[in-house]
Write a protein that binds this ligand. Structure first.
Ligand SMILES: Cc1cc2nc3c(=O)[nH]c(=O)nc-3n(C[C@H](O)[C@H](O)[C@H](O)COP(=O)(O)OP(=O)(O)OC[C@H]3O[C@@H](n4cnc5c(N)ncnc54)[C@H](O)[C@@H]3O)c2cc1C
Length: 564
């Protein structure tokens, strides 16, 4: 059941806005792929709503914004208006990949690589471009948030919210039987806005990966959603029962688009928050500045009882705060930005999950997505199967995950080495967070995620007419900390991003060990049935030093580079 067609999705507004303000061109998949986008919510006391395309109708947009947001109480009698400023929307069933937008500084501990970082520059943000994995962390990870000073971010509260957000759709009986899908009702929500479903198709190599994990002693986890995600399991995808992508836009914005008190502005950019003084030396945000495609700026003010919710993601939130005068005063003063609040923590303590990858050649006749480049008929058949019946290869995003503990992948001697390496707290991480992380490692909370890409993903030796699969390895609790800061006064410029990848000795040692362990999957009887050879990094890499060099040379923090 397709919930909303594009027409319903962005209904042509009734008065007073002319329908030219709603452009169906917004649904062009390719245009969308290169869209910049921004989302800022401004809640104000007015009553009117619809979608405004500031690109095609800048003058109208400006008039509309200034009339509706800066107007007096008499003109705008009542009601709550939410403004979402963005640039694009994605097609309802589109697979939407924008190109990586940001790059890190050269990473001195990782062979000086600058690493790509992608974001979803579109309504829906990352949920419009991500890998669709719908997962939950172990209980301990969320409890640690609360422990570290964020009351209300504990497992119990977030588990409840997380269930409230989702509707988990029961798989059709034949697929449940074929793959052994199980849904434990108490672990899930059944009436929330976000659809999550199991795919009706799992490639054979993923099933072999499960077998390989079991052979190596990883447990099979029938319910990784209730606080214990250790082991290998099927993963839900954030997709509808028709196997179309779910996004936060579709789940949360679509259902209220008809509202009289919501305005969505596209082709717009928020450049900074307006900040005013508040009693007792505090500050408050009184609005935002919106930039139009022609470069002109409109100040959008909120009423005294309104609020600005800044939710610009991990990279753009610190950028916007600093541009607005909230951040480390030294950084702001260097750029002549008036300091509204000296808050040195802004942009600090940045961590991101490092990922490495190994690539394997599949034995004929096993096929991966590489077959689409080889066999146009197969590609067309699969596309038709997806379009007409929502079945086949294209329903599959990422259906199998394996969360492993340090105790599963390290031997006794290596665990002693781990203990030794973890005696010293690296720079940049607080003592409290370090202690909690260390405890998780030794308490057997999962530390590494193994998952597959159904394609050739890394290496330089790709052969034509050959199918490959790749194994990704990602460590969950890196100790290195970095920062994200502005170095210009323009929202159009990239912030300076330095995750300090592999700065901590533990991060390098453990990721190298976890990656080396990855080879063991390919040595199992189950995996050997389908793979021919490891082509990346290849069997020349054997020693600890070689694995460490391999991860330094090839590390990533953005799966996008490898996703097809
Ligand atoms: C390639 C990729 C694959 C991923 N795969 C998965 C996965 O499979 N499973 C999973 O759970 N997670 C995955 N993630 C991570 C997940 O998508 C993000 O953690 C999540 O989207 C973050 O949500 P957010 O609201 O914090 O930020 P975002 O989703 O980034 O949203 C921030 C919003 O703010 C907007 N914004 C930015 N700057 C401004 C500005 N100046 N003014 C106004 N608005 C602004 C952005 O345009 C965006 O719409 C993936 C991420 C990527 C990039």
């Amino acid at each position: 059941m397709e919930r909303l067609t594009p027409e319903k999705h962005f209904p042509v507004p009734s008065s007073p806005l002319p329908s030219t303000l709603t452009s169906k061109a917004e649904y062009t998949p390719f245009a969308m792929q290169f869209a910049r986008f921004f989302t800022i919510l401004v809640h104000v006391g007015v009553s009117l709503a619809t979608l405004v395309d500031l690109d095609s109708s800048p003058e109208l947009g400006k008039r509309f914004l200034s009339q509706k947001f800066e107007s007096s109480q008499e003109v705008v009698p009542q009601g709550l208006l939410s403004l979402v400023v963005s640039l694009k929307s994605i097609p309802r069933n589109g697979s939407s990949f924008s190109r990586p937008e940001d790059q890190t500084d050269p990473q001195v501990h990782a062979s000086n690589q600058s690493i790509n970082l992608s974001s979803g520059k579109v309504l829906g943000g990352g949920s419009a471009v991500n890998g669709l994995v719908w997962s939950r962390p172990p209980k301990r990870d969320w409890d640690d948030f609360a422990q570290l000073g964020s009351p209300g971010w504990d497992w119990e509260t977030l588990f409840k919210s997380s269930r409230k957000s989702e509707t988990v759709n029961a798989p059709a009986a034949p697929f449940a039987r074929e793959y052994g899908y199980t849904i434990e009702p108490t672990s899930h929500g059944h009436s929330g806005p976000v659809d999550a479903s199991y795919p009706p198709f799992i490639p054979l190599q993923y099933l072999k990966f499960i077998d390989a994990a079991l052979e190596l002693g990883h447990p099979l986890n029938p319910d990784p959603y209730a606080g214990n995600n250790t082991g290998v399991s099927f993963s839900l995808s954030s997709q509808t029962p028709q196997n179309t992508r779910e996004t936060s836009e579709f789940a949360y914005l679509d259902p209220v688009l008809h509202s009289e008190n919501l305005l969505v502005c596209i082709h717009a950019l928020v450049t900074k928050l307006d900040i005013s003084s508040a009693p007792k030396g505090q500050i408050k945000s009184t609005g935002v500045e919106v930039k139009f495609p022609d470069g002109s700026l409109v100040s959008v003010k909120i009423k005294s009882h309104g609020e600005v919710i800044l939710s610009a993601g991990a990279i753009r939130t610190p950028q916007l705060l600093e541009l607005s005068g909230i951040g480390n005063k030294e950084i702001l003063r260097k750029l002549n930005i008036p300091v509204k609040l000296d808050l040195p923590g802004v942009g600090e303590n940045y961590k991101d999950h490092p990922i490495t990858i190994m690539t394997y050649k599949l034995k004929p006749p096993f096929l991966s997505f590489d077959a689409f480049a080889i066999n146009a008929t197969l590609k067309q058949e699969q596309q038709e199967l997806y379009e007409k019946k929502r079945l086949g290869w294209l329903t599959f995003a990422q259906g199998v995950l394996n969360f492993a503990t340090a105790q599963t992948i390290l031997n006794e001697k290596e665990l002693q080495m781990a203990d030794k390496l973890l005696q010293i707290k690296p720079d940049g991480i607080s003592q409290e967070e370090f202690d909690l992380t260390k405890k998780k490692i030794f308490d057997g909370i999962p530390q590494v995620e193994y998952f597959m890409f159904n394609t050739f993903s890394a290496g330089s030796n790709k052969e034509n007419n050959t199918n490959y699969v790749s194994l990704a390895i990602s460590t969950h609790h890196p100790l290195s900390r970095g920062s994200i800061h502005i170095n210009t006064t323009s929202i159009d410029d990239h912030p300076k991003i330095n995750p300090n990848v592999l700065k901590s000795e533990w991060d390098t040692w453990f990721l190298a060990k976890a990656t080396a362990y990855g080879r063991r999957f390919s040595e199992t009887v189950s995996f050997k049935e389908i793979i021919d050879e490891e082509v990346f990094p290849g069997l020349d890499v054997q020693t600890d030093e070689q694995w460490q060099q391999f991860i330094k040379d090839t590390i990533n923090i953005d799966v996008k580079s490898w996703m097809t």
